[in-house]
Design a protein around this ligand. Structure first.
Ligand code: HEM
Length: 403
């Protein structure tokens, strides 16, 4: 029974398989665009306008240690810096611009579009390897390997480094979540140490003998110190891997839920169309929150946010703000796109890999659709309020005639 009022309910992430979220999330606990949450000692921003104002505005830091609550959490976890500190994700101006600027030219939609054929081939290799008529786990056989293979090829990583990315997936997810929102329960991130050593050796080698790949491009950037090359290369590998994998998983669950013939995958002409991808991102985007620290006092939606306060910008809630998105829970690929969703962030830290993630998703969804997929059992969801998506999603391909 739904006992919530309209405005409260509208903020909830309704999982596409109908199961409730496994962890309570502060942005589901009450209405109002901006309010203080005692449990997380943070301001929680649910409203679209307030979220945009913060992500675009000055007087905010992306450095977790700039917020009193995050600093306390890091200290309680016995570490000084958030995992993946010194990456562009957690840097502020002017260092943020310097690091991001070194990659800006290669992550443009134009350059990424040129990777289409390569991504098609990688996706075909992964997806065609799955036999028809036999249940399989979408996450481990397709959704996880695909983005790892794409970034590994672009960075020309040795197979054992790509394997390490794969082996350490759950720790890397923890590291990414710890960067976004450090808590007292920060998980062990020893997997990062091994990855750091591998990337350090590869980056030093490419600095001396550059080739035509993304890691060489970073490694030969005169503006970057070697440790910055390494941490940002790891950020690209980690940020681009789990986010895309989880969105592909959630998207397939949404597209394949329902009765045969009435499922979205049966009724949508092109599952890779821009409007479809945007609705999947708006409703199910992997990152539920981004976090900022106030470096000065702000008045947002009538509330005073003091310098040093931590602000959880719940982009998942903002993307369902009924003041901006009519019937926010409905999947409407033909929605006006004049008010962009915030699933890939907004402002100066907007996702650098936005074009790549869209390309991977578009190609994977089209190829998977051609295999006539069906859900084949209950989904297991990642138990987190920071990144969302499945860890296991049983499916079956029926293009071999086995229906
Ligand atoms: C569906 C997949 C993806 C989602 C939902 C996603 C989401 C996001 C979000 C919300 C941010 C903003 C963080 C903030 O404002 O604090 C972000 C930043 C970032 N993303 Fe993504 N991302 C995805 C895929 C990728 C891919 C494929 C790559 C690269 C290969 C990537 C690399 C980055 C980087 C480097 C940043 C930091 C940008 C900066 O701080 O300037 N992401 N992403």
């Amino acid at each position: 029974m739904n006992v919530m009022t309209g405005s409260e309910a509208s903020l909830m992430w309704q999982r596409p398989d109908g199961t409730p979220p496994s962890v309570p999330r502060p942005w589901d606990r009450g209405p109002g665009p901006v309010r203080f949450d005692e449990q997380t000692e943070s301001w929680v921003v649910n409203g679209y306008e307030a979220a945009r104002e913060i992500l675009l505005g000055d007087g905010w830091s992306s450095d977790p240690s700039a917020a009193d609550a995050s600093r306390r959490a890091l200290r309680a976890a016995g570490i000084e810096d958030a995992p993946l500190a010194q990456t562009m994700l957690t840097l502020d101006a002017p260092d943020h611009g310097r690091v991001r600027g070194s990659l800006r030219d290669v992550f443009t939609p134009h350059c990424v579009a040129a990777m289409g054929e390569g991504v098609e081939a990688i996706a075909a290799g992964v997806i065609s390897g799955v036999a028809a008529g036999e249940p399989f786990d979408l996450m481990s056989l397709i959704a996880e390997p695909l983005p790892i293979a794409v970034i590994a090829e672009w960075m020309a990583l040795e197979p054992d480094v790509a394997q390490l990315l794969w082996d350490e997936t759950s720790e890397l997810v923890g590291a990414l979540e710890g960067t976004v929102l450090p808590t007292e329960a920060l998980p062990s991130i020893s997997g990062l140490t091994a990855l750091f050593a591998e990337f350090l050796s590869a980056a030093s080698e490419r600095r001396r003998h550059p080739e035509d790949d993304l890691l060489s491009l970073l490694a030969t950037e005169p503006e970057l110190e070697l440790d910055e090359v390494v941490s940002n290369a790891i950020l690209l590998a980690v940020a681009g891997h789990e986010t895309t994998a989880k969105l592909l998983g959630t998207s397939m669950i949404r597209l394949c839920s329902g009765e045969p013939g009435e499922r979205l995958i049966d009724t949508l002409g092109d599952v890779g169309a821009d409007g479809v991808i945007d609705e999947l991102l708006r409703l199910d985007g992997t990152a539920q929150v981004v976090v900022r620290a106030a470096t000065e006092q702000h008045e947002i939606a009538g509330r005073t946010i003091e310098a040093g306060a931590r602000v959880i910008v719940a982009i998942a809630a903002a993307n369902r703000d009924p003041a901006v998105f009519e019937a926010p829970h409905e999947f409407r690929p033909d929605r006006e796109r004049d008010r962009p969703h915030l699933a890939l962030g907004y402002g100066r830290h907007r996702c650098l890999g936005a074009a790549l993630s869209r390309l991977e998703l578009r190609i994977a969804l089209r190829q998977i659709k051609a295999r006539q997929p069906r859900l084949a059992g209950p989904v297991t969801w990642h138990p987190s309020g920071i990144l969302r998506g499945p860890t296991r999603a049983p499916m079956i391909f029926t293009d071999g005639g086995d229906r």
